[in-house]
Design a protein around this ligand. Structure first.
Ligand code: DDH
Length: 293
């Protein structure tokens, strides 16, 4: 059994809404990143990769609590290529607020903020992660391999304590955001047309585009469509497995349902390994748009 990390003392919700606003404002200002996709997708990805090191059966579970993504050992994991851009984006906001926020809190709040500012669902968030020293940095190689099939995907997420297919398929819907970059991952192209809007487009494209398996310049197999979209083998696995495919259809037909399941699952992802006291309030932050109304 593991010693679940205990959250530390907290500041007010308003303190964190201020930090949320700093991230959201910087997202609006630095919109030229990655050919005008902006930093939203890469902020979501760093929050997920900080979470994906969690393993439920370890004595001290990794994941977001210790903020170990700040160490080169984790940032230089080959799976994390490109995430230094997200880390550097957040750095000045960390420096300005370091009395109030840990690296783990900031990296997860960055993901939550990016999803919400890109018109996605509200994601419940709680503070209290505490930076742990270098020796708590997990070893490299815990993030998933994109070349694999449905059985691998299901087992991988079981290993992160996601036992329900619905959660797994919903989490992968985040691939509506951003793109793959040959120099980072050995894959190339976006999953759809609206790379900085959080939608259920990923599921619609999986079902409706004409996909062809190609070998890319890096020698990796990916699925390409005439519109210039792509799918990883692990994405296509979601329509190759009948149980996964039913959920893809549900999410493609009902965006609100996708939002609901995604919100719960992403919140669980970024809190894996942390034991919050039962009475601990969950916070929902307002988007910049909502505050301007
Ligand atoms: Fe992912 N992802 N991801 N992903 N991901 C990539 C990009 C992005 C896998 C592989 C890749 C999730 C799950 C998986 C995002 C969010 C999430 C890239 C390309 C690869 C490869 C990176 C690059 O070249 O720059 C695999 C495999 C899985 C899997 O679980 C089987 C999940 C769960 C999420 C999430 O956020 C909940 C986002 C966002 C991006 C786009 C990043 C960018 O810079 O753009």
């Amino acid at each position: 059994s593991s010693e679940l990390a205990k959250p530390v003392d907290i500041f007010d919700k308003t303190d964190y809404q201020k930090i949320y606003n700093q991230i959201a404002t910087k997202l609006r200002e630095e919109d030229e990143y990655d050919n005008y996709i902006g930093y939203g997708p890469v902020l979501v990805r760093i929050a997920w990769h900080a979470s994906g090191t969690f393993r439920p059966h370890e004595k001290i579970p990794a994941g977001t609590y210790g903020g170990t993504m700040r160490f080169d050992k984790e940032l230089d994991d080959p799976s994390n290529m490109g995430l230094r851009n997200a880390f550097n984006f957040l750095k000045p906001i960390y420096d300005e607020n370091k009395d109030k926020i840990s690296h783990g809190d900031l990296i997860t709040l960055g993901g939550v903020c990016a999803i919400q500012e890109m018109q996605g669902p509200k994601i419940p968030w709680r503070s209290g992660r505490k930076d742990l020293p270098f020796d708590k940095t997990p070893e490299n190689g815990r993030l998933p391999d994109a070349s694999r099939d449905a059985t691998y995907v299901r087992n991988y997420y079981h290993g992160l304590n996601f036992l329900d297919d619905k959660e797994i398929v919903a989490l992968l819907g985040a691939h509506c955001l951003g793109k793959t970059h040959l120099k980072n991952s050995g894959y190339e192209g976006p999953w759809g047309a609206a790379s900085n809007m959080f939608t259920n487009e990923f599921f619609k494209n999986l079902l409706n585009e004409k996909w062809e398996l190609k070998t890319n310049e890096a020698g990796n197999k990916q699925w390409d469509s005439p519109k210039g979209y792509m799918m990883l083998p692990t994405d296509m696995a979601l329509v190759q497995d009948n149980k996964f495919k039913k959920l893809v259809e549900q999410f493609a037909n009902d965006e609100q349902y996708f939002f609901k399941v995604f919100s719960k699952s992403f919140s669980k992802l970024i809190e894996n390994g942390i034991e919050f006291p039962e009475n601990r309030k969950v916070w929902l932050f307002k988007t910049l748009d909502e505050q301007e109304e």
